[in-house]
Design a protein around this ligand. Sequence first.
Ligand SMILES: [Zn+2]
Length: 327
Amino acid sequence: MRIISYSGNPQAVRLTAGILNEAPPWGKVYVLPVPGPPLMSFQYGEEIADLFRRYLAELVNEWLRCGKRVIPPGSTVWASGMGIPGEYGGGMEWTQYLVPEGKGLDQSKSLKPVDESDHAFSSWLWKVYWDYLWRFKPATWFNSFGEVFFQYTTPAYEDPDPPTALPPFLTAENSKHFAWLEAVLWFVLLLNSGHAHLLDRCQFCARYFVRARGKKRGQVYKRGGPSCGNCKGADSNERTRAIRETAKGRMLEAAARSWLVWKRSNRTPDRYATVARHVSAKCRPEILITTRRDAVEPLWVKRNEVEIVRRAEQLNVKVGGERNAKG
Ligand SMILES: [Zn+2]
């Protein structure tokens, strides 16, 4: 059986990142791949559009916090019942379980425990997600090839049942607002797109971005979290600069020592050449890092003479001081 979603395309991810990063131009119309009117949130002015963007960001951020999952791995939500769950009035038969995948309908089998420490376990996200699908059921049908289609409809014109689950930033009142309902629909379509895992948020600039490729299995972030193209470059440039600076510092230090002890002799008639030879002998890796060569020339010493002399004088004071202390 092949399950097909009309929203299945990578464009959904790029569009989502774009909307979250920047408010789209006023009056921009978004036509969702669902029957019904286009997205209304952007047609009623900036206030509602901002609300939509805020709600969508809440959904996406919570999803990222849960490791790009709606529920913990290996678990599935199974809900059944009639009427409204007790907590929200009405209170008819109702069950709602978080159970391991594939065993949800057969309670007789021993169940593998779900990791309750997983962020997704205690998150409001799956409850809200499930609640939305429950209230706005997608149309489902299949064709003669056995392909199954899901089709969602825009929630804007419907008068839905009261929600059974709310995120912490909503009340029953504003949960009916179409900015919220459309944000959840957008989020559902995003996950349906089949490319949602490419969406990420940069740990440095907090912008949303789309990866060229998904994170590899078992890949962990070396530096705390994902970073967008801009920040990755900035970050590594910063590191390269720091490494070069340290290397050059070591070379200047070696040069200063040699500068200090140099005495004109037949073997060492030229101070620049002597210092260059000394640095070349002592600082091979550093020279490679800073100049991409194996050795420095006397010209390098000449160019850095001011700094080398400054360091040599500092060294001289120190050495002199130590000598005095000994004497
Ligand atoms: Zn960034």
